[in-house]
Design a protein around this ligand. Structure first.
Ligand code: BV8
Ligand code: ZN
Length: 250
């Protein structure tokens, strides 16, 4: 066991990190917290927008009932994101892409900070806040950093909606299957900054563990997943992830 900056990292984990070829990283809102992105369940409360819990305004029903209100919520979050930058945790994971022969990064985040940090082929399970989709023909349009977006579809003229997965909606075709395959074939799985309450994303670490992978959680708090993990690194992702690489070099 090595105590680094108050974080206990086992020799077992470091050995596996040094020798792993197939690694999966699953991230949630917590990895973007140090960049200033509000989490959904920080400090015990659930994020609320105009009196509505986020999983109400971020729901399929809400799109059918009040699409402008849904856009207001995502436009607000996008303008928040505009000034924010990836943090040390995003940058560390981007560097792992070239370190491991088979590295898969799966995120529940729609903020695009992994890509801004240089990560490629990020599996965005819940879509992206930087994209809009037609409610009829499903054609997509990118939303630029200025947040400029057309209200209507450029192809058929019908209303567009945020290109994110809302509660009660299926994940993008193939996204979960690809992530589950990465979970089944990885040797080492890091679960970083997620409360692991939203499914099917929260099922991935269990799939990895049941397939023989060593599962390690990085979170300042205990989560429903902690007991399932082989090792829990209690701390902030931006502090803990660089420590792992540094310790593994020793
Ligand atoms: C679906 C996009 C099929 C929009 C999101 C099985 C059981 C129970 C319920 C269900 C089930 N299967 C399906 C459901 C229903 C539902 C669900 O899971 N409900 C939950 C609430 C019980 N799932 C769905 O609806 C999914 N679709 O299943 O389709 C279907 C279809 C019809 C009917 C039935 C089934 C779709 C879910 C996706 C919804 N969209 N996001 C948006 O962003 O607004 S989910 C959204 O919330 C995020 O993407 C993320 O997934 C979740 C938030 O969780 P986290 O990211 O973990 O964030 P949180 O704030 O909670 O936690 C942060 C953590 O970080 C904390 O632990 C904290 O301690 C830690 N932290 C803080 N600082 C740091 C840190 N960690 C490290 N470093 C730090 N510095
Ligand atoms: Zn259209």
């Amino acid at each position: 066991m090595q105590l680094l900056n108050q974080v206990m990292i086992s020799g077992n984990l470091l050995e596996r990190f040094r020798n792993a070829e197939r690694l999966l990283a699953l991230t949630g809102a917590g990895i973007s917290a140090e960049s200033g992105v509000p989490t959904f369940r920080g400090g015990g409360d659930t994020a609320v927008w105009k009196g509505m819990p986020f999983d109400v305004v971020s729901s399929a029903q809400m799109v059918n009932r009040d699409l402008p209100a849904v856009w207001e919520w995502f436009d607000y979050r996008r303008q928040l994101l505009n000034a924010l930058k990836p943090n040390a945790a995003h940058l560390e994971l981007a560097s792992w892409q070239s370190r491991f022969r088979n590295f898969n990064l799966v995120t529940q985040n729609i903020d695009g900070l992994h890509q801004l940090a240089g990560s490629r082929d990020v599996i965005e399970l819940h879509g992206s806040i930087w994209s809009a989709r037609c409610t009829t023909c499903h054609s997509r349009q990118q939303i630029n950093r200025e947040g400029e977006r057309a209200d209507a579809c450029l192809d058929c003229g019908d209303p567009v909606r945020p290109d994110v997965v809302l509660f009660g909606e299926m994940l993008p075709a193939g996204a979960f299957e690809t992530a589950a395959e990465a979970a089944r074939s990885c040797e080492l799985c890091f679960v970083i900054g997620t409360s692991a309450l939203v499914y099917p994303a929260a099922a991935l670490p269990e799939i990895a563990r049941d397939s023989g992978a060593f599962v390690c959680e990085v979170n300042p708090e205990i989560t429903p997943l902690s007991n399932l993990c082989h090792e829990v690194l209690t701390g902030k992702a931006g502090e803990v992830l660089p420590l792992i690489s540094a310790a593994a070099k020793v």
